[in-house]
Ligand binder design. Structure first.
Ligand code: AMP
Ligand code: ZN
Length: 466
């Protein structure tokens, strides 16, 4: 089955094909760096990561841009209260965000774009919108006149045709029933941070940054645009209006939105105070891999209720997978190919791929892996899992880990791979046979230094990591 994504724009699950060859031009809305991100935010960033990985594993090249919102109402309020410059304030949280992403093993987009580094380009875009009649000024601010863009509402599937033209909204976030002309440029306020630009002094509204940076780096039409479901309205609706008014072309062909991380049925959010940061969870002894696994294990379009039991189950699931991998790496197997387990390995690999191709159904993909794990463990116990079954089983686990990436514990990341351990053990066995004990001891010590402990048993050499 070809790769399919649910497109918010068409409200359908569609075969995904980029506009040009195998290059995917994608844009995802990044963090507002006004505080530490919480794991609700990270559900969305883990979704971007899984999306990236599956596109790559499907043979696509990526050109992915993500913005860092480093100027908005909340940032200005907090930086001002602390008497810090915007840069001072946002650098702290930008760095914390990028550190957290690395800890969660999130792939970096090809480009991170900071809003404050694109102010002249935003001003130029606003000027162009003014010149083409999409805007009006009021009290030093510039507003987008949504009545000039009849398709307004096409992403959120709302009919906004009846709204009062000229009614304005100055805040960055608002509800659907409050749809009004939104600020592209905000008038300077005493004591606030301002920029002098060709459209005047002031600062940009939140929405314009994404339109401008997306089009600047990726061209008028993106293959894919993603974000959390809370961004559909007004943010993405406004991005479409601005971009399409600017270029006259379709802005993004596929729109993907991830559902919320919930706590007791409510969105995890700063404002409700029901949130955890990664630091909170590490403080309680949970690992980054458990958080990553939990956030990745539920398909992105399903709400995910956060519980500590869920995190603990993730930990158990990871242990089972790691034990199985270790068993596959180290088991001494009889020669030959067990037919039944081989067909299951092939079927599970296909089921994994089909599930991911089906709008990134990670739960079903995991189901395929665990079913195989169960059967393979039984076959290993029974001696019906044979040497030539190892490759297909490892292929499944490797594909799983290319997406989920939890098999190697953080403290062992960069550790010596199992294949290398095996070949050093073989060299040591050969040295012993040749009675070159100096060499066999040297190899044992080399492995020990690399964190691998050997144990000589009647059945041969067993090994484990420290
Ligand atoms: P912000 O830093 O507030 O701009 O949010 C960054 C991203 O996190 C946005 O794409 C939001 O949609 C997303 N987000 C915020 N809260 C949650 C949540 N509870 N679950 C999933 N995604 C969220
Ligand atoms: Zn955006």
């Amino acid at each position: 089955m070809p790769l399919r994504f649910h497109n918010t724009l068409t409200q359908q699950t569609q075969v995904f094909e980029p506009l040009e060859g195998n290059l995917v031009r994608m844009y995802t809305c990044g963090p507002t760096v006004y505080d530490f991100a919480h794991i609700g935010n990270f559900r969305t960033f883990v979704f971007y990561d899984i999306l990236r990985r599956w596109l790559r594993l499907s043979g696509y090249k990526l050109d992915h841009v993500m913005n860092i919102t480093d100027v908005d109402d909340k940032i200005i309020r907090n930086a001002t209260a602390l008497g810090q410059s915007l840069g001072q304030y946002t650098d702290t949280y930008t760095k914390a965000f990028l550190d957290d992403c690395a800890t969660l093993r999130l792939e970096r987009p090809e480009r991170l774009a900071r809003a404050t580094e694109h102010i002249p380009q935003m001003a130029a875009a606003i000027k162009k919108l003014e010149d083409t009649g999409y805007t009006y000024r009021s009290d030093g601010s510039i507003y987008f006149r949504i009545a000039k863009f009849p398709e307004y509402g096409k992403l959120s599937h709302n009919d906004f045709s009846g709204i009062v033209s000229g009614a304005r909204v100055d805040v960055d976030e608002y509800e659907k029933n409050d749809a009004r002309d939104f600020a592209l440029w905000k008038a300077p306020k005493p004591g606030e941070f301002n920029w002098d630009t060709e459209v005047g002094t002031g600062r940009p509204g939140w929405h314009i940054e994404c339109s401008v940076m997306a089009v600047q780096y990726l061209g008028a039409t993106l293959d894919l645009h993603a974000g959390g479901v809370d961004l559909v309205f007004p943010h993405h609706e406004n991005e479409i209006a601005q971009s399409e008014a600017l270029t006259g072309k379709q802005f993004a062909r596929y729109w993907m939105h991830s559902e919320f991380l919930l706590v007791d049925g409510q969105k995890m959010s700063k404002s409700l105070g029901n949130f955890y940061t990664l630091r909170d969870l590490f403080g309680k002894g949970f690992t980054p891999e458990s958080v990553r696994y939990l956030l990745a294990s539920v398909p992105y379009r399903k709400g995910l209720n956060f519980t500590f039991d869920g995190l603990t189950s993730s930990k158990t699931a990871i242990e089972r997978l790691r034990n199985f991998k270790h068993r596959l790496d180290t088991a001494k197997l009889a020669p030959g190919l067990g037919e039944a387990i081989q067909s299951l390995a092939v079927a599970s690999l296909k089921q994994f791929r089909d599930a991911m191709d089906d709008d990134l159904n990670t739960a079903e993909a995991l189901g395929a892996v665990f079913e195989f794990l169960r059967e393979a463990n039984t076959a290993l116990d029974a001696g019906t899992f044979l040497e030539d079954n190892r490759a297909a089983a490892l292929e499944l686990l490797n594909l799983f880990d290319a997406v989920f990436e939890i098999l190697v514990p953080a403290e062992q990341a960069g550790a010596i791979p199992a294949e290398e351990v095996e070949s050093l053990i073989a060299a040591r066995t050969a040295a012993k046979k040749a009675r070159d004990f100096a060499k066999s001891d040297a190899i044992r010590n080399e492995l020990l230094e690399k964190g691998v402990i050997l144990e000589d048993t009647k059945e041969g050499v067993r090994w484990k990591r420290k």
